[in-house]
Write a protein that binds this ligand. Structure first.
Ligand code: NAG
Ligand code: NAG
Length: 470
């Protein structure tokens, strides 16, 4: 028997009760409209989450809510099968469009720009698991996603007077593999809050952040094997260059201080695995730099070359981007040459539950609040405080840190998830959170004093308005 074949575009049109709720799982296409009505327990939240998956692949959701991944549930799903997913379901490739070969993404993303693709997962899913599923990890691309042949790809380590070429196989076999759990955050995370006061950049909400386990070779080991002299005082920076895009002829590049790259405790690696599988194309396939505790922008994807120098990278993104300014600096007075590059990240936290605008039915006058907290530079989170009365009283959140690689690292690179029970009064309530890191750094109360025209490093107390029912 042959069921019809559907393209992902067709499936994406069925994402509401009115048009039917379709999802794909592996190569099957399912109409789960009735299933959503019947879902066990009829749990409102579960159905809201299923709705987030509607119109696209449900695989990532299944991985996340592993409870679903039982034979019984798969059998139930089989009853709703209506067809198969077209193997080449992409739109016809437009050779003039450098982005036409970008990979497929889940429709669930909140898209800030399509070309290049920049998107964050919905806040409802962000803190459901300590390790962010690859399919839900925020995507920050500056250029089209290159197609790289892993067999012929070489990473060139150029030290001026010596140079080595490493294949993917070399990277995996010639160096001790290390696995690092780290949170990566875009410098523009939460920019939206500053954008209300006009900034330049993509309007990120609070989800341009995620946590993954990366496996790769230490940059320290690679540089030493290429003959790098760590005592050479003239060298101050290690540069990473990405793959050249053959249509736009541009490549992304960035640099980090030599001390960070060469430190045994710095945990800077060239990764070839993300959460145990090949790095997805959107996240740098086949190899990328991982610079724990630093701004996302230095974790160069599609890595092609490592070099060293007395100065920072001359890349546009090192020189003329990823720099913050005083609140009084204007576009006319901003001096990019003089401003230091953003490297280590400051302490931040955000509320993921409840969502802004939620109507809450409190239990015994209490509401459950959840979120994440993280600090750069390997600093741990010591405490998260939550208030629902404008900061007059604070509840200490209970903290969860499930970093499976914590014992092997001298530093804390991954985020802390937290939950707090907070007393609330009926009516309109602003819920606030703030975190304190292991150096006792705390978040500023308000964005005013940290506002900058680029909208970088928005780490003021996070605020969510909700309505509490009587
Ligand atoms: C790409 O850039 C290189 C180096 O600047 C130049 O030699 C080459 O001609 C450029 N190719 C295209 C297609 O523009
Ligand atoms: C919450 O509501 C108050 C009062 O309307 C408003 O001043 C404040 O800006 C709101 N906060 C957020 C985060 O929307």
């Amino acid at each position: 028997q042959s069921l019809p074949i559907f393209s992902s575009e067709e499936i994406s049109k069925h994402n509401s009760k009115d048009n039917g709720i379709w999802v794909s799982y592996k190569d099957g296409v399912y109409d789960i409209t009735d299933f959503v009505d019947l879902h066990p327990g009829g749990k409102k939240l579960t159905c809201e989450k299923i709705m987030l998956a509607s119109g696209g692949p449900i695989d990532a959701f299944w991985n996340m809510y592993a409870v679903h991944k039982t034979d019984e549930v798969l059998e139930i799903l089989e009853q709703y099968k209506i067809g198969s997913l077209s193997p080449e379901d992409q739109k016809p490739i437009d050779l003039n469009d450098p982005f036409s070969k970008d990979p497929f993404r889940l429709p669930v993303f909140r898209i800030n720009s399509k070309k290049p693709f920049n998107a964050e997962p919905p806040i409802e899913l962000l803190t459901d698991s300590y390790i962010t599923p690859n399919e839900l990890f925020y995507v920050r691309n500056h250029l089209p996603v290159p197609e790289i042949d892993p067999d012929s790809h070489r990473i060139s380590v150029d030290l001026g007077d010596s140079s080595i070429q490493l294949s993917l196989e070399d990277l995996k076999t010639k160096f001790k593999p290390v696995t690092i759990t780290t949170t990566i955050q875009c410098a523009g995370n939460r920019r939206q809050e500053m954008s209300d006061f006009k900034t330049k950049g993509l309007s990120w909400g609070p989800c341009a952040i995620g946590t993954a386990r990366w496996t790769g070779a230490r940059v320290r080991d690679i540089l030493l094997s290429a003959g790098f002299d760590p005592d050479d005082k003239t060298i101050k920076h290690v540069h990473f260059n990405g793959f050249d895009d053959d249509i736009t002829n541009t490549s992304y590049g960035a640099s980090i201080p030599k001390q960070k790259a060469m430190s045994l405790d710095g945990d800077v690696i060239i990764a070839y695995k993300m959460n145990g599988v090949d790095i997805p194309r959107d996240h740098g396939y086949p190899v990328r730099a991982i610079v724990p505790g630093y701004v996302g922008a230095r974790n160069v994807k599609w890595l092609r070359q490592i070099t060293v120098g007395s100065d920072e990278s001359t890349s546009h993104w090192q020189m003329n981007d990823y720099k913050a300014f005083s609140p009084s600096t204007t576009f006319e007075t901003a001096n990019y040459k003089k401003a230091p590059s953003i490297q280590e990240m400051p302490v931040i936290s955000a509320i993921s539950v409840p969502k802004p605008g939620s109507i809450i039915d409190p239990e015994d006058g209490m509401v459950e609040v959840k979120g994440y907290a993280w600090s750069g530079g390997g600093r741990d989170i010591m405490r998260v405080d939550v208030s629902a009365d404008g900061g007059n009283t604070w509840q200490e959140a209970s903290l969860t840190k499930d970093d499976p690689d914590a014992d092997d690292s001298a530093h804390c690179w991954a985020w802390t998830l937290w939950t707090a029970e907070v007393p609330v009064a009926a009516g309109k309530v602003e819920i606030i959170c703030k975190a304190i890191d292991s150096a006792n750094n705390c978040q500023p109360e308000w964005i005013g004093p940290i506002w900058n025209l680029r909208g970088f490093l928005t780490n003021a107390w996070h605020r969510v308005n909700v309505t509490v029912e009587n």
